[in-house]
Design a protein around this ligand. Sequence first.
Ligand code: B1M
Length: 222
Amino acid sequence: MSDIIEKIAYCIEFGKINKSSPYPPNMRGEDGADELTKQALDQGTDPDAILNQGMVIGMNRVGKKFSENKIFVPQMLMSAKAMSAGMEHIKPFFQSGSVKRKGVFVLGTVAGDLHDIGKNLVGMMIEGAGWEVIDLGVDVGAQKFVDSIKEHPGCVIGLSALLTTTMVNMESIVEEIRKVSAETKILVGGAPVSDDFCKKIGADNYSSDPQGAVDYLNTLVA
Ligand code: B1M
């Protein structure tokens, strides 16, 4: 891993957002995820490597430390902010300038769940693959998804969940969607979700990562 990519991973791990952020105190005045991501891109570093070998690795370390009670929610939040700051710079690389869209993809993190980093990545990649993405945000209940199907007939729905306690809400959302539109395609994903769970709740496809989501959507318009 290159030096700058490791530094980005470190900034995500320790929640160093940008140069002016006072947290963590031992990194005061140093560049954060914001500046380093921009520098890495300016140096020609592959955005995919910045994301997957830097940011995601940093975030995995955060998750591990949280599981081991070595850090707590405020630290996890700072890491999320650092990751979002870096992601702003890589976003344009995953978005296409193509005007003609393949279809509409309506995406949201399910009710009760506030995790949005993975969802945002999925949205970014799908947009980059030529779809119009409507992001309903986090903590989204069934009604909002149902309303958007009425507003965008033929759209594909994407549900994200990061908590074992909220992935169950996917089931009720799928049920409500099926009541108004049996034919709407529903894609599910997120760390605790699995292919078996997808089948059990009657969704159409499970993807463990953004590329799988793009591949699935492309099969719908092939
Ligand atoms: Co939370 N959190 N969190 N958290 N958090 C996890 C998920 C956890 C695994 C940490 C741990 O214990 N090790 C754990 C869940 C345990 C469980 O349920 N099994 C956990 C917990 C417990 C909690 C709280 C309950 C903590 C508390 O308050 N006591 C709380 C819940 C709040 C709520 O949602 N109601 C909470 C809060 C938070 C923060 C707000 C502080 C922050 C989120 C900030 C934000 O998102 N804006 C946060 C974070 C940062 C994490 C970890 C560390 C990182 C999540 C992340 O962004 N990963 C996470 C541990 C971990 O994952 N290592 C953890 C990076 C991201 C790129 O990956 O989101 O998995 P991911 O997305 C991937 C794939 O899953 C997939 O593609 C993405 C890109 O590869 N994918 C899809 C995702 N959605 C998809 C949809 C698709 C297809 C693929 O199709 C539609």
